[in-house]
Design a protein around this ligand. Structure first.
Ligand code: 3HC
Length: 382
């Protein structure tokens, strides 16, 4: 019987520091590990800022915030970081070669009892698990940015993951105050990123094809599609390094999942990574501060985001056709992981299922097979 007391989070970036804070909030002792002290110092500053916000909004008291902060120990030495740990949560950048290197190193020091969990956003869990000393005790736990505010965690078993690990993970996620959704198949992008990442590329095509402005597209996504942010705004917020790496890994495994737009690669190459670097799709006032883009209902009226709705519907339909999740879990995942204010298929109905199908058919004729409507859409339309 595995019990989780001590957790080590590997990687102190946007996701790692947030996951550490979330688990420390409910009382777990956390080791936050990164390869340089300066990364850890930066992460601890972010945790302090976030806890400050929680105190300001009266979600926690100042003394609780101090205790949460005190439960997180930043450590550079990997051997020390893994000593006595029950659960390792790996949140290093999305690059299979890097992950392989990290797990090989982790395997040298981890104790037999340690469960491995990866916060990968897209990489196959089974493939990573099979590289380690404990494939049956390896699972995907995919948090959403910012982990402190987003309630969803996708739980993804690989083909070798034991059912004990699945149950342990579902309990753990509930214990840390989050809502799990079980991703029934280890597919590229899991549930949410299968929808989110392709939409960024599609929105970039809308700039070219419709000669629309970014704030018009984003306003339409926010006010007509019930998203809490525009899609370019969300990409900048997520980080274009994350988006580019996730896209690259996804495309290398499944050509049907994304219609890649060169702008994403260009912004990444130019180090325009979004809010974290001061510019991305948009320009920001200062590096690495929480900032929102000015979007309005008036701007939303200038653009019909039908292509974006249609691509979202098509990828969601693929998930349903392939038994990755059911409609209930799809809605839950998009509501809790991306803050959608309405179920996706309600949004599709508002735009018109017939119009969505026709859009996909026209786009498929014009731009290629990527847009071919999924069988599920044809079925519900008939
Ligand atoms: N900790 C504590 N507080 C935080 C915070 C954090 N990490 N980040 C932001 N805040 C604060 C802000 O400072 C702001 O407070 P303030 O007004 O006092 O400054 C408050 O939270 C948010 O208020 P807003 O009015 O700006 O925002 P919203 O009501 O829209 O909520 C949001 C913000 C929860 C981020 C919402 O916009 C949202 O859900 N956006 C979508 C996010 C999303 O889709 N995430 C998933 C991306 S995909 C992903 O992560 C997967 C990966 O694999 C790629």
């Amino acid at each position: 019987m595995t019990t989780i007391n001590k957790i080590t989070v590997l990687g102190s970036g946007v996701m790692g520091h947030g996951i550490a804070q979330v688990a420390a909030t409910v009382g777990y002792n956390i080791v936050l590990r990164d390869i340089e002290q300066s990364f850890l110092d930066n992460a601890m500053k972010k945790i302090q800022w976030s806890l400050g916000k929680m105190v300001e909004k009266q979600k926690v008291s100042q003394s609780d915030a101090d205790s949460i902060y005190g439960r997180i120990t930043p450590v550079v030495d990997l051997k020390e970081a893994l000593k006595g740990t029950d659960l390792l949560v790996e949140a290093v950048p999305e690059d299979m070669e890097l992950k392989k290197k990290v797990y090989a190193e982790v395997d040298m020091y981890a104790e037999d009892k340690t469960v491995y969990a990866s916060n990968t956003s897209t990489l196959p869990i089974g493939e990573m698990a099979s590289l380690t000393s404990r494939p049956s005790r390896f699972i995907g736990l995919h948090f959403f940015n910012p982990p402190q505010l987003m309630p969803l965690v996708e739980v993804i078993p690989g083909h070798l993951t034991s059912s004990e690990m699945v149950n342990l993970s579902l309990d753990l996620i509930r214990n840390i105050g989050k809502e799990p959704v079980l991703c029934k198949k280890d597919v590229v992008g899991f549930i949410v990123n299968r929808i989110f990442i392709p939409l960024i590329h599609e929105a970039a095509y809308c700039l070219d094809r419709d000669k629309a402005e970014m704030t018009q597209i984003d306003s339409a996504v926010k006010f007509k599609m019930a998203f809490p942010m525009g899609i370019f705004e969300l990409a900048d917020y997520t980080g274009l390094d994350v988006v580019f790496k996730a896209s690259k890994e996804m495309i290398s495994r499944d050509k049907k999942v994304i219609n890649p737009h060169p702008l994403i690669k260009r912004l990444y190459s130019e180090k325009k990574l979004g809010q974290k670097s001061g510019s991305g799709f948009y320009n920001y006032g200062s590096d690495n501060k929480y900032e929102r883009v000015n979007l309005s209902e008036k701007e939303a009226e200038k653009y019909d985001p039908i292509a974006i709705v249609s691509v979202a519907a098509n990828n969601a339909a693929w998930l349903l056709t392939n038994g990755v999740c059911d409609v209930g879990d799809l809605d839950k995942a998009l509501r809790l992981g991306m803050g959608l204010k309405k179920p996706l298929f309600t949004i599709v109905e508002e735009f018109g299922l017939g119009k969505v199908l026709l859009t996909l058919e026209n786009m498929s004729n014009k731009y290629g097979k990527f847009y071919e409507p999924d069988a599920y859409l044809r079925k519900i339309a008939s």
